[in-house]
Design a protein around this ligand. Structure first.
Ligand SMILES: [Zn+2]
Length: 370
């Protein structure tokens, strides 16, 4: 492809992009010393503070070559501090979702209908507790630069508790339900921290971005083809004129050499203009985080117990979440593979796992090779 299109595979990882963005936005500087090795200059933490210099390495194997460098990865104090600071920089707003029914009728029935358990096992709700579940809404600005500049705003919401994308953005962002204070104070549901939602959001946005970039790329090339055709016609006309003059000159027995030179010059000029046009028609895509809104949404955390129907003995406990905004049970997490699931099976060891993990735990008997 004759293009500079930054596809997800060739673009830096989200954390690398974040650090570049962060340095630029905060008035610092970054320098890519070699692939995945950066020198970062960050402005002082206080107004009069000394700037901070740090070498960051994204590949753990490159650490020995750069003594004194820090490994840039989620969860390290430096990265966590920068992520937290980015969030605090005024592009961040917190609101509460209000007006939801936190004592709905028949939640236990809804849960039983939503969940699949093997026969002979039953699910019972032990406790339903309303909690605030943070929903992080990220606004990214995508800029497509080629012969023209266009921008798109991409929004993605992540439920921080589960680290899953929220599909019902319109309902989540319905202003009539958003307030600066909660209706009732609620404890916050456990979650791995806001910073954990950023790479997930970024990953989702990059997928959308690739689709958009392909559309821009196609339009750009249609435009380029039309312009190249116009240039081709223009120079063909000019050459025809010169050839006509050359013909007349030959009739008058004049030397046609200067017309030949003129024709060659026209061909060179045409090639230059076409190359220039192609160069201007490369597509570059820039993505940056514009805003972050955290919506604290009340949901019901349902603690359930799974028992063997015959003996009544407890097999295990599962947590479920009832989302009163969309009036639906959210998929639970398989304790083994951490994937969302509505179906559980009981392994021979008596563990509650998703069907895929149950299959992996006790694979079907294979004929012996001997
Ligand atoms: Zn599983």
């Amino acid at each position: 492809m004759n293009t500079d299109l930054h596809t997800p595979s060739s673009s830096p990882a989200p954390l690398e992009e974040f650090l570049r963005d962060y340095a630029e936005v905060t008035g610092g500087m970054w320098d890519e010393v070699e692939p995945q090795v950066y020198d970062l200059m960050l402005p002082g933490r206080e107004a009069a503070g000394e700037p901070e210099m740090v070498r960051l390495v994204f590949d753990p194997e490159a650490i020995p070559e750069h003594p004194g460098a820090q490994l840039a990865t989620y969860g390290t104090p430096l990265i966590d501090r920068l992520l937290a600071d980015a969030v605090n920089r005024g592009r961040h707003l917190e609101l509460y979702l209000t007006g939801l029914n936190l004592a709905p009728q028949g939640v236990e029935d809804r849960l039983r209908r939503a969940v699949t358990l093997p026969t002979g096992f039953a699910l019972k709700v032990e406790r339903a507790r309303p909690l605030h579940f943070p929903q992080a809404v990220f606004w990214f600005e995508a800029t497509f630069v080629s012969d023209q500049k266009e921008q798109d705003l991409l929004t993605v919401a992540i439920d921080v508790h589960y680290g899953r994308q929220v599909r019902h953005l319109d309902r989540l962002l319905d202003r009539s339900h958003l307030a600066e204070k909660p209706w009732t104070p609620l404890a916050e549901a456990s979650h791995p921290g806001l910073a954990s939602a950023y790479p997930i959001a970024r990953d989702r946005v990059v997928r959308t971005l690739s689709a958009l970039a392909n559309t821009y790329y196609r339009e750009l090339h249609e435009r380029l083809d039309r312009q190249l055709e116009r240039i081709g016609r223009y120079y063909a006309d000019l050459r025809a004129e010169v050839e006509e003059q050359a013909k007349k000159a030959r009739h008058r027995d004049e030397d046609p050499a200067r017309f030949t030179a003129r024709l060659e010059a026209l061909t060179r000029e045409e090639h230059l203009r076409a190359a220039e046009l192609r160069r201007k028609s490369q597509l570059k895509v820039h993505l940056r985080l514009l805003n972050l809104l955290v919506i604290h949404q009340p949901k019901l955390l349902l603690r359930t117990v799974v028992t063997a129907s015959a003996s009544g003995s407890v097999i295990g406990r599962l947590e479920w979440v009832w989302d009163p905004l969309v009036e639906a049970i959210e998929a639970a997490v398989c304790p083994e593979c951490h994937r969302p699931t509505f179906a559980f099976e009981v392994t021979r060891q008596g563990r509650l796992v998703c069907p895929a993990c149950a299959q992996a735990a006790s694979p079907p008997a294979r004929p012996s090779r001997r």
